[in-house]
Write a protein that binds this ligand. Structure first.
Ligand code: PBG
Length: 324
């Protein structure tokens, strides 16, 4: 009690503050999402994500070198698929010569030390823009899970270190784990998007991949933002089914969920700071309303404090630069 205790004693100087700081951010915490496009010499800016581009495979060399030099340890791969290759079966998603499979091989050949995590979901491949196979305007669960398991295996065959199912179908982690194990890929990890909410913050990402749902929305598979206990149920099931890392998404608006899960599971937790969150800070900074770098670092620390071990963020390079 005051005056015996004066909390400000521990805040007097930079050095003291550092000594007693409870959380640290390092570049080991960061994962950078990368958007890949068909073609050569393609570097297309994504309008609502200033500083992010869709890159063709031939431009990856330079990008990966800068990522590795900054000390970033992992990338999440996403591909933009030509409309002509989209259907309702995920045919292109399992093509061993598809853009994702080529991208995985390319990244592993340029920077074998970087951990490659791949998005496993049908939306970029779907003529309906949904994460699953559609029948009578419904998203089918079990037949989608079958395709996802083949898709995950094709990523493993191409050299992915982790597959990251982002679709929210029931039972997909178990089905993927089984498929990988049967093919001998017992060391390929699964980072599951365990608590993924039906969020409007994915807008800029869907623009980047041209993957918006053609009808309806994703609320029959992604979670209701009103729910908290359900996030724990989803996450515990994914761990039982074989998830090595669990992810919560979006990030900042769901810090309570990260904390809930941190208190109930022992596996590493990832937070995904999504495209809309990135867009908001970029826009405010552009207007001069917020200081970009300090707000960005404060947000990173908030993820750590909430209990995230890993952070997937489009800011990864900027953060690593500031940390260096
Ligand atoms: C694909 C997927 C999405 C995101 C990551 N994987 C879009 C969606 O579910 O609609 C969103 C990422 C972001 O907004 O940054 N299923």
């Amino acid at each position: 009690m005051y005056p015996n205790q004066r909390n400000r004693r521990l805040r007097q100087s930079h050095a003291i503050r550092r000594l007693v700081s409870e959380n640290q951010l390092t570049c080991n915490d960061l994962m950078l999402p990368l958007f890949i496009a068909e073609g050569t010499k393609v570097k297309e800016p994504i309008e609502a994500m200033p500083g992010c581009f869709r890159l063709s495979l031939d431009l990856l060399q330079k990008e990966l070198k800068s990522i590795a030099d900054l000390g970033i340890k992992a990338v999440l791969l996403f591909v933009k698929v030509d409309d002509a290759l989209k259907d309702n079966k995920g045919t292109e998603a399992v093509n061993p010569e598809g853009l994702m499979q080529k991208a995985i091989r390319k990244v592993k050949s340029i920077t074998p030390q970087i951990v490659v995590m791949t998005d496993v979901a049908l939306d970029p491949y779907s003529s309906y823009g949904h994460d699953g196979i559609v029948e009578d305007a419904k998203i089918l669960n079990d037949s989608t899970v079958e395709v996802l398991s083949k898709m995950a295996l094709s990523h493993a065959l191409a050299g992915a270190d982790f597959v990251a199912p982002s679709d929210m179908m029931d039972g997909r982690v178990l089905r993927i784990r089984t498929e990988l194990d049967q093919a001998g890929f017992t060391d390929t990890g699964i980072m599951s998007y365990s608590a993924k909410y039906a969020s409007s913050l994915y807008g800029p990402f869907r623009e980047a991949l041209d993957s918006s749902p053609g009808f309806g929305d994703k609320r029959s598979y992604q979670m209701d933002p009103a729910n908290r206990l359900e996030a724990l149920t989803e996450t515990l099931r994914d761990i039982e089914e074989g998830a090595d890392i669990v992810m919560i998404k979006p990030g900042l608006a769901y810090l309570d969920i990260i904390r809930d899960i941190r208190e109930n599971v022992e596996v590493p937790i990832a937070a995904y700071q999504v495209s809309g969150e990135y867009a908001m800070l970029k826009a405010a900074a552009e207007k001069g309303w917020l200081d970009h770098d300090t707000v960005m670092m404060e947000q990173m620390l908030a993820f750590k404090r909430a209990g995230a071990n890993l952070i997937a963020t489009y800011h990864a390079k900027e953060v690593a630069q500031l940390l260096a």
